[in-house]
Design a protein around this ligand. Sequence first.
Ligand code: UD2
Ligand code: MN
Length: 382
Amino acid sequence: MPECRSKAFHYRRLPTTSVIIAFYNEAWSTLLRTIHSVLETSPAVLLKEIILVDDLSDRVYLKAQLETYISNLERVRLIRTNKREGLVRARLIGATFATGDVLTFLDCHCECNSGWLEPLLERIGEDETAVVCPVIDTIDWNTFEFYMQTGEPMIGGFDWRLTFQWHSVPKHERDRWKSRIEPIRSPTMAGGLFAVSKKYFEYLGTYDTGMEVWGGENLELSFRVWQCGGKLEIHPCSHVGHVFPKRAPYARPNFLQNTARAAEVWMDEYKEHFYNRNPPARKEAYGDISERKLLRERLKCKSFDWYLKNVFSNLHVPEDRPGWHGAVRSMGISSECLDYNAPDNNPTGLCLSAYRTPEGRPDVQMRTCDALDKNQIWKFEN
Ligand code: UD2
Ligand code: MN
């Protein structure tokens, strides 16, 4: 936006930053594209260092070849974990080496646009309790084309299965703005790309280190930031591209377990909506969460009810009357249940009414009952 381009910054007054990039078995080209784009777009006075954290990758090119390559780059450090930590603990290990005022986390397949860093740092300089995300542009996984999101940015939300979702800015937020280039309040963050004051991140309890590999930490941090007195924002002038690959280079078995931890600590009675839509989550051994509950008490954080009313008031809260949701089982063949055929390319998740067969019927059929299958969970509404 022209307003972003013409904005001037007092470089010497902005906080400095350390960029932390954890990676596991990332491709050579995308990893290097990330590192070089940070170096090329970040003003030297603001960038203390880039900290790469190798989370025990086993690809050979990430060993000596990577070390040799980065030894020619200034301000790039490589830390290696000695066991597979998962993205939460890998990022935190990186953070312990950071010397900047602000921690800026990035995924390992990003491309920063010129001017991406200054708005994030300026905002945190202004308000230390702001956790600020760039607008995440899409880099096509197949062609590596960069699709700049030029319209009004989308903000983060979630559905009651606790999957992250994008949605448009609600009217009450737009009414609050004085200009198009103000930071936009967002109920949640996607998770990979954000800047936070190092001091404030520590005060907030960094991350839940009981979370493994992938998933759930983004909603956990989002709830915590809002409920414990901070704010989560997306800065419309900061743009970073991200490759959403067709398939991740690793398995992701921990989403439910991590998400159950987040629900148990932060969601109070509202966690039932999550469990109703994810019955297997009730059986997850999510481990010890006593320290996280103590943290919530110590920081005197507000309730999830407060969060829903004040931060995400446009989210529909379902009623979930007992007996009005669950599987729809055949009375004839009792091993068969009504199953919804999710379209291959369905960014919004469950929305049966929107998807029909070419003949105009809802796309459902009878299939073997599977309690783990989210496409077999139904809700009666009137
Ligand atoms: C999104 C987030 C991601 C994270 C995730 C939920 C964006 C753009 N991405 O998924 O950052 O919040 O949701 O958990 O918002 N990694 C490790 N060790 C592991 C697994 C992953 O270091 O065991 C690294 C990985 O190489 C990458 C980062 O963690 O740099 C995020 O993983 P991803 O890119 O596979 O996650 P993504 O973008 O699908
Ligand atoms: Mn990613």
